[in-house]
Design a protein around this ligand. Sequence first.
Ligand code: PLP
Length: 388
Amino acid sequence: METSAIRQRYFDYNATTPVAPEVLEVMLPYLKDSWGNPSSVYAFGHDTAKVIVEARESVAELVGASPGEIVFTSCGTESINTALWSGLKSDPSRRHVLMSAVEHPANLSLATTLEAAGYRVTILPVLQSGLIDLNVVEAAIQPDTALLSIMWANNETGVVMPVEELGSICRRQGILFHCDAVQAVGKVPIDVSAAGVDYLSLSGHKIYAPKGVGALYVREKAPFTPLIAGGGQEGGRRAGTQNVAYIAAIGMAARLSSASFESEARRLAPLRDRLETACMETWGALRNGDAKARVANTANLSFEGLESEALLLLLERAGICASSGSACSTGSIEPSHVLTAMGCSRSRALGSVRISLGRGTLASDIDYILDVLPGIIDRLQGLAPSRS
Ligand code: PLP
């Protein structure tokens, strides 16, 4: 990534990913020459309809679904909203919803909206590891519980939830199951049938497609009500003329992810571990999140006593993009709700940094960050004289 005199090294792939060259290439014809409406009857629109069919097949394949179970949306947030409201509108007598305390704001902030609409929402606590306790989930289910909404992988810590076990609980208890897989897709294998999910949300910009496109898996027999009504597109499930170029993009991104996610995880895990071990051994940094049940690309480390905002600023001056907490809460000095829910002290949470790796991360990038960190940490600890 070359944006200025100093080479930028990007360590924030959980916030967003660059558009892959193959993805850009597949999109461009639909922005230049093949701009017909996919719903039109004449041949000029047929190309665009065809690419949508192919993209639907590719996204379905990535998560083990049938193409007819995939609905294209504008983003992960829209997918999550659609899933939750679909599940709730199907049975008005069920007024209770479960979600975990570590959900992304795209999900968690819906709790307030739902409560205002007369639903009861139970926010389930998590363990220190960031994992959910299955007994807690089971015990929280009430006779009128409609739905459990929980993420597959956490955006801040990378912790992977026990999705299959959660799916079994939901099936046994007769409640619907929505899973936010935005941070899991392209990082771990996903099989919607084995997971027993009714709805699964995904987002293009975490898998090297552009921002502004997402998808929702809806199990064939799961209840569905469109969030955006007013047209027959997407089989009547999401109105609005389809964003053909972006749908082509997420289709190609899904194909690339299917082909490379396993080898990419094998490549990234040792890079992440090298960085993590060095920080833990040299500065006593604490790892936030389970050491085993997690995606390969994410390290969340607390440098207790240091302020992550200051650390990030100095990292940025050294050309390193990283983040603290979720990217959506950047700018806020409140500790991360995820780390707080995991029982981290305020100072541990305020000293945490998320470093997330991706396709562009090289071993030399890890060398670089480990080269610059000692100077930055010395300076923050007041050991090195300030030069500016
Ligand atoms: N869910 C998780 C876990 C995320 O990390 C994000 C984005 O950061 C979203 C949902 C929202 O996705 P989008 O930005 O496509 O709306």
